[in-house]
Design a protein around this ligand. Structure first.
Ligand code: GLN
Length: 392
């Protein structure tokens, strides 16, 4: 809490240079860990469609601000779905670009092999405009793609690519626990794509069934390592109750980190520990590799994938208070894109009877942002969902 960055991240720098007016910082779960914005070190954020419900997380503040019309766009970071899941819960567009397309210079690290900056907007075109301003190589991020900046709105023709093949991930869409209204809305979106001329293929990606478990282990392991730097010496809270250096480390971390973050550091260190790293971290890395390979093969036969963002619409505040591990299942459909480094975009596709937004997502091969935006935009032009806004 109350941290003020000492310098601008590259994304902020580029937005300012492009003329954007940056009005503030949005609420989020502490260290971007969570799916509801209830683990913020300030206060929860409410869903503008129903203030008894969460806006999703970790970037709930960004999504709520865009959905409520406070701002036309807001950034978030994506380690396992923190832009797309809030987008689906708030009825807006949320993109997660290819792993290394947007510079992470100045972005606080959570899971370094997964982290990427994402964008919330009300429309696909706005999303493409913001990506055009922030994407492209940055010498200050050694992992950033050697690609230049480009205009991602150029592919928005209102039509889909001729011959487009979309693979519907059946083991995700028909997974146990899918809400009936969410499923029906996504099936209608699939029909819409058929009308637009796309060929739909129903496929299965078996490794996706393990995504939440693999993500759970890898993200905690990397978080435990990344957060080691918050030791009370150079970053974050410094405990006043310390006589020795060791007390300073321990007390600063105990006082400074919230319960959710402490839980993750403990789990992360456990899955990396000498006796357990082969069983947990090692196996998770192997399954991640299988996911990457399966996906590469699948993109030989289809252009894009279509799958849910979340099995259910926004849940009530406190719904997972007694079972925080259950909340981690929120990452089931979103984490495959982070684990494989591929881009994905969440789009609104309807509402439940209780007037809660429903979303779905498109995923593509590495650096397929133009095709993703084109395909998302074509759908948006023939559907009304992006024009619906909450009554405030
Ligand atoms: N729900 C995920 C988590 O808590 C999302 C994190 C993210 O993308 N920052 O790890």
């Amino acid at each position: 809490s109350n941290y003020r960055a000492g310098y601008d991240a590259t994304v902020i720098d580029r937005l300012k240079k492009a003329g954007a007016l940056l009005v503030g910082r949005a609420n989020c779960d502490e260290f971007a860990m969570g799916s509801s914005t209830e683990y913020s070190s300030y206060h929860p954020t409410y869903n503008p469609w129903d203030t008894s419900r969460v806006p999703g997380g970790s970037g709930g503040g960004s999504a709520a601000a865009v959905a409520a019309g406070l701002v036309p766009f807001a950034l978030g970071t994506e380690t396992g779905g923190s832009v797309r899941q809030p987008a689906a819960f708030c009825g807006i567009v949320g993109s997660k670009p290819t792993y290394d397309l947007v510079s992470r210079n100045g972005v606080i690290a959570y899971g370094s092999s997964l982290d990427q900056v994402g964008i919330n907007t009300r429309t696909v075109k706005d999303n493409a405009i913001v990506l055009s301003a922030i994407a492209g190589h940055d010498a200050k991020d050694a992992t950033s793609q050697p690609v230049g900046q480009k205009d991602y709105t150029a592919s928005l023709t209102g039509k889909i690519k001729p011959g487009l093949k979309i693979g519907v991930v059946d083991n995700a869409l028909y997974a146990d626990g899918m809400d009936g209204e969410v499923l029906a809305a996504i099936e209608t979106a699939i029909e819409e794509y058929k009308k637009l001329g796309a060929t739909i293929e129903h496929i299965k990606i078996p490794s996706f069934d393990y995504s939440a478990a693999v993500y759970f282990i890898i993200s905690r392991a990397e978080a435990a390592s990344n957060l080691a730097r918050f030791d009370g010496v150079r970053y974050g809270v410094r405990s006043k109750q310390a006589n020795t250096l060791n007390d300073l480390y321990c007390n600063s971390r105990r006082e400074g980190f919230g319960a959710q973050v402490q839980r993750r550091i403990l789990i992360g260190n456990y899955v990396l520990s000498a006796g357990h790293s082969a069983e947990f971290y090692g196996n998770a890395c192997k399954v991640r590799h299988l996911m990457q390979r399966e996906l590469l093969t699948i993109f030989n036969s289809v252009d894009l994938l279509l799958l849910p963002v979340s099995a259910a619409p926004a849940f009530k505040l406190g719904a997972f208070a007694e079972s925080p591990l259950q909340m981690d299942l929120q990452d089931y459909f979103t984490s495959p894109a982070n684990l494989t480094g591929t881009p994905a975009i969440a789009l609104p596709c309807g509402f439940t009877k209780a007037n809660l937004p429903i979303g779905f997502q498109l995923m593509g091969p590495h650096l397929s942002e133009e095709l993703l935006f084109q395909t998302a935009h074509a759908y948006e032009q023939v559907t009304p969902w992006h024009t619906k806004h909450p009554q405030l």
